[in-house]
Structure formats: structure tokens, C-alpha cells
Design a protein around this ligand. Sequence first.
Ligand SMILES: Cc1cc2nc3c(=O)[nH]c(=O)nc-3n(C[C@H](O)[C@H](O)[C@H](O)COP(=O)(O)OP(=O)(O)OC[C@H]3O[C@@H](n4cnc5c(N)ncnc54)[C@H](O)[C@@H]3O)c2cc1C
Length: 568
Amino acid sequence: MIPIYKSDVVIVGAGLAGLAAARELSRAGKNVTVLTKLHPLRSHSGAAQGGINAALADDDDVELHMFDTVKGSDYLADQDAVELMCSRAPETIRWIERMGAVFSRREDGRIAQRPFGGQSKPRACFAKDRTGLTLLQTIYEQCVREDILMLDEWYVSDILYENGKAYGVVAFNIRDLSFAIFNAKAVMFATGGYARAFKINSNAHANTGDGLSIFARKGLPLEDMEFVQFHPTGLAGSGILMSEAARGEGGRLINGLGERFMEKYAPEKMELAPRDVVSRAIMKEIIEGRGAKEDPFAVYLDLTHLGEKKIQERLPELRDLALTFLGRDMVKEPILISATAHYSMGGIPVDTNGHVKKSTDELTEGLYAAGECACVSVHGANRLGANSLLEALFFGRWVGNKIAEDLKDITFKDAKTSDAEMAIREVDFLLKNNGDERTSKIREELQELMTTKVGVFRDEKNLLAAKEKIKELRNRYKNIKLDDKSKSYNTDLQEAIELGHMLDYALFITAGAVERKESRGAHYREDYPKRDDENFLKHTFGYLENDDIKIEYAPVKITKFEPQERKY
Ligand SMILES: Cc1cc2nc3c(=O)[nH]c(=O)nc-3n(C[C@H](O)[C@H](O)[C@H](O)COP(=O)(O)OP(=O)(O)OC[C@H]3O[C@@H](n4cnc5c(N)ncnc54)[C@H](O)[C@@H]3O)c2cc1C
């Protein structure tokens, strides 16, 4: 018999967004259960290095932060959401600081702020280069203090959703594959990003976009999926992130000819142009044969002029990572970097209160999302560095409070044990199927395809070929066979389920990219190199239908800043 556990709210995901919401709900006296496939402190938020934005300095202001964000987004961000987030950013920093987050300080004792790409002021508050970990530990401690039920190593594989209303999730315990239904008035997803579909990426193994695909399989839309951010500075070969903080602290990009090549691409902002601009510049240098001498598929990131004291004080983690994974000490020599898939601007469409949309103009009931898995859209076509920790922390908290208010109007719908049938069937199928395909083989082919054909530079021919190939891989997936049939910590099984999700959302990314015949932010089409506001100043809504993606569009909310040409 499948147990059915009841609570007011179930939150899927224990990163910054999920835990911030859980803390607020608990403080509001609500009974909340957090489910997470990892221990909360292993959530990807803990890997964030560089900083979190807020207009705190005397010479900065909220309107400037908003403008930088909207310009950075290539005017695709919804400006009401941007205004909400930027105007609450200073208070969000004070909130987390009061709970114990220790930020790096200036000489005069105020919170230190470093420059980040595309920002007109140094605006990223930081804790050395371990900002995400500091924030995550702080909010986790608060959740422990609240005595919130956090169930880790529980894998959520389905959502209870009928006639526009959500009433729980189905999950299995990774330790022994036992299933349970978590029945609730409200369900919030905070399942993080999805860059693992790319071969070269900066993300943790867990970032497989589970939440998105679980929604898509229920016929719910996904928004702006074609906008995947490629971070300019991943370690050569592995893609492990060298945070933008390295350039914020003064790091220079140099090609194989010894040229500081950003002079050609963004003469004013140089290395601190937004990520889409810098990534394209790096890839162009590499493609045109000006890569590093020791590795033509990389360029140099030079920090040697900063000196050991500053590097140790501000970037100790990056130094360790480069030493461990590249064998280079950034104090003594330039390191080798290249663009790496990093962040998901698109995701589950939500309004500014976190309500999930079931179409371009209708909301679901009792269903919420926040953090990187959601698309509210504060990042539009390109996210500015240090705006994402802000999004996760601010919207996590905000949506938590909204759910607490909404609960009085939501009726409890009882779950039945039969609601778990689909999730159980999926696991049974994977354990029993006796085909001749392997998870790792299909995953490698998918990742290679996404990096080479749906990467920094895109065109019709490659995108269409990629779409066909993804469909082929989805068919081959039906013929999968697992070696491990056991019930205890079966990572073979979990990886197969996650691959199913990756294949789903890869189709959304590619289909959206095929249809968007313009270049905007991170989506660059060599066959349509210009932004086309007349035809494409709009959000993409994709729906999974008959093994393909149906596309609709929705208008962008423009309040203060009319689209302009974007120059840096
Ligand atoms: C290397 C790196 C550095 C970064 N640095 C910065 C930075 O300096 N500044 C900045 O603003 N942004 C940065 N970012 C981005 C930022 O860290 C993330 O966008 C943000 O932390 C996401 O938080 P989240 O709460 O949405 O998701 P996450 O922290 O990723 O949490 C996702 C949660 O969902 C759970 N989950 C997922 N699927 C399931 C499932 N099926 N069942 C149960 N649980 C599930 C996971 O266990 C996890 O608890 C960085 C990103 C990377 C990759």
C-alpha cells in the first residue's frame, strides 16, 4: 500500500528558492514538507561563487539596476518582474544578513561589492568566492531551527495535477525505492536549472531539469526554453566554472596572439560586457584560429597581475579549482578557459507571485514555482551575473509568503493511491525493459549534439538536424536496458529517469530555437544575426504534443524602458 502523507504545502527542491519559501511558510504557521533528491546543502545553489546583486552603494540606485537587467536581457525580460526583484534586493540582502550570512566587507565596514558583467556599478555582494554556500548554509540553518520536515534522497517523479489544479506529488525514496504520495493544498517546484543536457557545462550532475519535464508531460507549457546562457569562462575541457568574479576583480582575456581581444567586441566594457557578448567573442577567437597555443579550443584568462594576496583573499576557491582540474596556478600563469553551458533563462512560466501558468493567459490553482526552474521572466534572453542568486532568494521568499496568503482560498483535494500508478509504471518499465540501448550512450550523444548544434552559434540547418536527432534519441530511449535491477540506491535507474527528462527539455530548447528566427541575447542565429523586435519581441510558450513541440507566443511586459540598440 502506498502511504499518503498530508501537509499544507509540499516544496520540491531545497536550494535557495525552496528553502527560502519553506522558512517563510513555517514562520506563517503552515505545515510544510520539503522533498529533495540531494541533501539540501548539496543543492546547486551552494556552488555559486561570485555574488548577489543589490543597489546598496550611495552612488547606485534601483532604477539603474533595473535598467542594466532589462538591457542585459536584450529587452525580453518582463519589466514588472524586474522592478519587483530589483526594488526588493537591498532588503533581501539585509534579511539574509540579519539571519547570519557573513558578507565580505569594505575597509569602512560596509558590505563589499564587486563589478560584474553588464552592470553600471559594482553591485555584487559576496562572501569571498563562496557566496552561494554562505547563503544556502544560512537559510538551511533557519529551516532546521524552524523544525521543517526536510526529506532528502527523495526523488519526485510525478505531480498530482487534474483540471488545472495541483494537489501533491509522487516520490520514491532513493534508499529503497519505496513510493509515497505527498498530498497538499499547494505544491511549489524549485528544482533548479538544466544545463546538463550540454556536454560542456558548469552544472552539478543533479541539474537535469526534472521539474520542467514533469510539468511538460502534464501538458503544461514551458517558456523561452531556447535561451540557455553560455558562461564565458569555464575551465578548458571540463567546463567547470571560473566565476565572473575573476573578471570583476580585474582578470583579462587574451588570445593565442597575446591580444586582449575584448577591445574589438566591447571597447567600453571590455571583459565586463554581458555574458552573451563575451562568450561569442571567445568562441569567435577560437573558431578563427586565435586560440591558446597549448590548446586551440581555449583562450587565456590572465589574473597574474592581481598578485597572490588579492587572489587568496578574493578568489581562493577559483585558484583551488584551476589547480585541481587544470593543474595551473592562476597566481603564476594564465589559465585556459572556454564558453560553458551554464544557466537556464527559460523554464516554468509563472506570474510575479509564482503562480504557474497553464497557458499564455491562464493560471493553475495551487501550483507554484520559483528559482532557476521558473521563468518569471527577470532575465529575458540573457541573465546578468549575480542576478540569479537574487532571483532564487527573493522570489523563493516572496512566493512562500504568497502561498501562505493563498492557502485560505484553496480547498484540499484528497489523493488516492492510484494517483501513483504512472510513476510506478515508469520505474517498472525501466527496471524490466530488455532492450539494447544504454543510458550513458544516449546521454553522451545528446550532450554532444546540444553542444555542437544548439550551442553559442546556431543556424537553421544544425537546429533542424538536432531536432530530428533528439526525436530519434527519444525513440531509442524506449529501448533502454538497465544493468542494475536492485532497489537500493539504484543510480542506474535514477540516471535513466533523468535522461528521460533531458530528452524532453532538449526538444523544447531546440524547437524554440528553430522558430526564433532572430538573434537576441544568448540565442544567436548566424542566419538571422540581428534582433527583430517587430516579429520576435515576445515570449515563446512551448507545449509537448504528439512527440513534438507546439509553439505559441506571449507579449513582453514593457513598463519603463523601450527597447534600444544594445551596445557595450
Ligand atoms: C557554478 C555556478 C556558479 C554560479 N554562481 C552564481 C553567482 O555567483 N551568482 C548568481 O547570482 N548566480 C550564480 N549561479 C546560478 C545560481 O547558483 C542558481 O541559479 C541558483 O542557485 C538556483 O537556485 P535554485 O534554488 O533555483 O536551485 P538549486 O539550488 O539548483 O536547487 C534545486 C533543488 O531541487 C532538487 N531537485 C531537483 N530535481 C528533483 C527531483 N526530481 N526530486 C526531488 N528534488 C529535486 C535538488 O535536490 C535541489 O535541492 C551559479 C551557477 C553555477 C552553475
